[in-house]
Design a protein around this ligand. Structure first.
Ligand code: NAP
Length: 252
């Protein structure tokens, strides 16, 4: 039988088909949560679910987080399946569209803001409404994924770094507005993590980045997932509106 910090709780993870989202599903599932693995590619979300133990209580759903009706449908599906909304929400869906600022296409700026920032907003808003309507908001926890490049900026990432700075500000505002309903909202701020998102970074750039990391290596998705799991659980019951860096010590 499952034991752990999330027994009896439903955890919805966006971007669950890959990287940090997939590792987060594994961490929350180990601690007893029922998992809703949500991704724009449902095949990948299904693969995540298949990789978990104790699978009868988990589901995968397709979602495009930048589309409010798609987000709405996702929460309706969860309600239909579990008869209640999720009380753990992890916003891990994200994209990059890198290029130098002088060459960046307007559509690439919009795409990144829409998925990373607006998508996080839509999921927070829909989740909070569903929890408040169901009288289940007390003790709920929302965890967003920002980025260290949102703190310092990064060459080639005018769109991405702005979106992630926005995610931190959104997290603080959500914490201020939703605390009165018993909902906490926090952010993790990863540095450079091995995942499909960073696979295409040229080796030369990777070595330069690594030299700026005190631990001298990229992080693993599991190392971020552990912190997300802590923030999602009641173990962090007095942490709210906070951003926690998971960077291996970044000198950027
Ligand atoms: P990843 O492996 O690329 O995973 C992101 C997932 O989100 C993918 O499955 C992706 O699907 C999905 N997704 C993209 N757009 C979506 C949409 N509109 N609706 C729903 N799902 C969507 O990247 P990761 O490294 O795990 O990143 C997870 C989060 O951590 C992101 O927010 C990222 O910005 C953040 N982060 C990552 C790093 C890092 O170094 N890896 C550092 C700091 C912050 P597709 O594969 O189909 O695009």
């Amino acid at each position: 039988m499952a034991i752990g910090h999330f027994v009896g709780r439903i955890a919805l993870v966006t971007g669950a088909g890959s990287g940090i989202g997939r590792a987060t599903c594994a961490a929350l599932s180990r601690e007893g949560a029922s998992i809703v693995a949500a991704d724009r590619d449902e095949k990948n979300a299904k693969l995540t679910i298949q990789s978990l133990k104790d699978n009868a209580k988990n589901i995968s759903v397709e979602v495009d987080v930048k589309d409010s009706s798609s987000v709405q449908r996702m929460f309706e599906e969860v309600k239909k399946h579990f008869q209640k909304p999720p009380s753990v929400i992890v916003n891990s869906a994200g994209i990059t569209r890198d290029s130098f600022l002088l060459k960046m296409e307007e559509s690439h700026f919009d795409d990144v803001i829409n998925v990373n920032l607006k998508g996080t907003f839509l999921v927070i808003q829909t989740a909070a409404k569903a929890l408040i309507d169901a009288n289940m908001s007390d003790g709920a926890s929302i965890v967003n994924i920002a980025s260290i490049v949102g703190v310092h900026g990064n060459i080639g990432q005018a769109n991405y770094s702005s979106s992630k700075a926005g995610v931190e500000a959104l997290t603080k505002t959500a914490a201020k507005e939703l605390s009165k309903f018993g909902i906490r909202c926090n952010a993790v701020v990863p540095g450079f993590i091995e995942s499909p998102m960073t696979e295409s970074v040229p080796e030369k750039v990777k070595l330069m980045v690594q030299a700026q990391i005190m631990l001298g290596r990229f992080g693993k998705p599991e190392e971020v997932a552990e912190v997300i799991s802590f923030l999602a659980s009641n173990r962090s019951s007095y942490i709210n509106g906070a951003s926690i860096e998971v960077t291996g010590g970044c000198r950027l």
